[in-house]
Write a protein of this length. Sequence first.
Length: 205
Amino acid sequence: MFSRLLLLFRVILMTAGVLLLTVTFTPLVQWTSRCLSTGWTDKDQGVLIVLSGATVTYDDPPGLVIGQNTYWRVIHAIAVWRHGHFRHILLSGTGSAETIKPLLITNGIPESAILVENGANNTHENALFTKPILAGLPGPYVLLTSDYHMYRASRCFAHEKIAVETLPAPDFSKGIEQPLRRWDKFLLLAGEFASIGYYHLHGWI
């Protein structure tokens, strides 16, 4: 019994060591992330759909602050808007009105061009809740979210019969050249793959 436990312990240590070296010193994380980031569109007109990500909640005083992955999506959206010819920018996700919209307006995007869906709590609801809004707007529709999130997001929209072009924001690549930060990215990818599995089980993608 003891020898079996010792063998199991050694196998666990060896596996952990191999994983540590692989994640830290090989391009495994970068290669895996490319599987989730779909192609970039050249379309620069129609409706730009921006999905919110994380927000930070404060209790005193109460309020919301934009989270890191949301920030990178918005910064990319501002650059895309400035270089394109979009008619509208549609924000989707809880807290978008309080966090994203003011940042867009501050950076020169006309308030009249900004539409907000402020109720979605996940990617499935992003597609579900934006569908009736998009029904009243002529396309093309360009979907912008984090690169590692685009696989799941684009398939949620496809499931709702919404034809979108994909424009991934280069979020995952931030800091990937630093070996120690690759573990943060690895855990992020693990969570995203788990979410993809969950969405498949629920028939949302």
